[in-house]
Design a protein around this ligand. Structure first.
Ligand SMILES: Cc1cc2nc3c(=O)[nH]c(=O)nc-3n(C[C@H](O)[C@H](O)[C@H](O)COP(=O)(O)OP(=O)(O)OC[C@H]3O[C@@H](n4cnc5c(N)ncnc54)[C@H](O)[C@@H]3O)c2cc1C
Length: 466
């Protein structure tokens, strides 16, 4: 079969949230042409495989592409997110990304989208349905948005063995349960494990019928602190002030985490257990209260085998039965935590440059790509904020985050861009504080005063943990 030759300025691998946030800024800030290649039939990446009850865990206002609002500007009036800004559902996110592609990217005439195509390297890809081969030559930059390798429960392979006679399903299948089982065993203490437990509780499952296997406890973020409106200023910016103060005043790493909890930056499910995991999962206080109703929490390490009558874990066994439903929430959302420079020769590898904000980061990286001339400057402005796995990683990411914020603040052009980018909610909030508003000004002052001592303390802890 003959190979079709194609040309474009940017060859983008993947059509997930990160790719679309990147391309959106490139289209707005340059005249470049773009080819997007993805194995999926629709844009949105892993959201195409999300469980039916998935939602964002941070407000919609921060998500999507810069040029198109995702939020409806509403606060939830019912449910466990009551009183907080709405969280888009998986279906809404998929429809949104589809709209971005059909209503904006493709009509621009500068984007050529190849769904159902597998990229094999060297500018080569083929259509999975027809076998048609394509080759992209002379591209200016290759943008690899597949580097972080997201995994979701419905598409990953568990790293334990499920033996014959065991009822086992990803949480995607929970809504298809038709008969009450002997109990539910939720495997995984991360965000999907939380979502599975909350879904069961919201559907009136008795908390005593839930066994929650939690290999590691996590520090969690309070969603109230992520709200993008003035009304929540004392929580959002207040939490940032509390964060730098807690770090600066701490006398040890453990003391720092306890102060972060005491000042409302961090939450944990069980106050008797010191967490050692941090994935940036964000929950509301109402959700936390619900989760605490589950008393049967198993802390015996990771599952190695599930048999029809028992579950074997690294540090022991528990009973189960062939009448229990075992719910797989063990996929780790990001499987590649190794960092690399974002700009290397003709390759751009988007990673996070602001903690917990993959789409903001992609938009920011695109802006830096469009604005600054050389890779050295671009990498200086886009230092990777590593994705976290453990509590110690929180120290690494916070140090990198504070450093980036400091560097960006030296560039008036970047400050202006941040102010006008909808994915950066907090710059606008800070800018609009009136000098006469003493309460808010005091919060900003606390942030400024503690930023440097906090940075110094984090460097000390980094040297300690290596
Ligand atoms: C339950 C859940 C809730 C979340 N909530 C939030 C939130 O509230 N706020 C937030 O900021 N983030 C949230 N996230 C994080 C979310 O993962 C990221 O925001 C984002 O969706 C990741 O997008 P991506 O483009 O990096 O990866 P992906 O979505 O995985 O996209 C990568 C794409 O690359 C394609 N691909 C890979 N290899 C190839 C190849 N060889 N050829 C062609 N195509 C290829 C894949 O098909 C895929 O479509 C959440 C994640 C989960 C799982």
């Amino acid at each position: 079969m003959a190979t079709t030759q194609l040309e474009a300025d940017y060859l983008v691998i993947g059509a997930g949230a990160v790719a679309l946030a990147f391309v959106d800024v490139i289209l707005n800030e340059t005249n470049a042409s773009v080819i997007i290649v993805d194995r999926e039939h629709k844009p949105g990446g892993h959201w195409n495989h999300a469980y039916p009850f998935v939602t964002l865990h941070q407000p919609s206002a921060f998500y999507g592409v810069s040029s198109k609002e995702l939020s409806k500007g509403l606060k939830d009036e019912v449910g466990l997110n009551k009183g907080l800004n709405e969280l888009a559902s998986g279906a809404e996110i998929k429809a949104y990304f589809d709209d971005v592609m059909r209503e904006y990217f493709l009509p621009s005439g500068r984007v050529h989208y190849f769904p159902m195509c597998d990229y094999t390297g060297d500018g080569q890809f083929h259509n999975l349905l027809t076998g048609a081969q394509y080759s992209v030559t002379n591209y200016k930059k290759l943008v690899d948005t597949t580097y972080l390798k997201s995994a979701v429960p419905s598409t990953h392979t568990p790293n334990f063995t499920v033996h014959e006679g065991v009822k086992f399903m990803p949480l995607n299948n929970l809504p298809s349960v038709k008969h009450k089982p002997a109990g539910f065993v939720v495997i995984g203490g991360g965000k999907t494990g939380i979502d599975a437990c909350l879904w069961l509780l919201e559907h009136k499952v008795d908390p005593d019928d839930i066994t929650w296997i939690m290999p590691r406890d996590a520090w969690l973020l309070d969603r109230r602190n992520t709200q993008p409106s003035m009304e929540f200023f004392k929580y959002s910016l207040g939490a940032q002030a509390n964060q730098v103060e807690s770090i600066a005043r701490s006398t040890s790493i453990e003391d720092m985490f306890l102060r972060l909890e005491e000042t409302g930056v961090f939450l944990r499910i069980d106050q008797e257990v010191m967490p050692c995991m941090f994935h940036g999962a964000t929950i509301s206080q109402l959700e936390l209260a619900e989760l605490r109703r589950i008393k049967n929490v198993v802390r015996k390490g990771r599952v190695t085998d599930i048999f029809a009558d028992k579950i074997v874990l690294q540090e022991g066994e528990i009973q189960t039965s062939s009448e229990h439903i075992h719910v797989d929430c063990s996929a780790s959302a990001l499987t590649n935590l190794t960092i690399k420079p974002i700009f290397e020769d003709k390759l751009i590898t988007p990673q996070t440059v602001r903690s917990y904000q993959p789409v903001f980061s992609a938009a920011f990286i695109a802006h830096i790509e469009a604005t600054y001339p050389d890779n050295e400057t671009k990498n200086k402005l886009c230092q990777v904020v590593p994705l976290p796995n453990t509590d110690m990683d929180w120290i690494r990411l916070t140090a990198a985050f504070l450093m980036n914020q400091h560097i960006w603040s030296q560039y008036p052009e970047i400050r202006e861009w941040l102010l006008n980018n909808r994915l950066d909610g907090f710059s606008q909030l800070v800018k609009s504080v009136s000098q006469d508003d003493h309460e808010k000004m005091a919060i900003l002052m606390r942030m400024r005063e503690s930023a440097k001592p906090a940075m110094a303390k984090l460097q000390q802890y980094l040297a300690q943990i290596g």
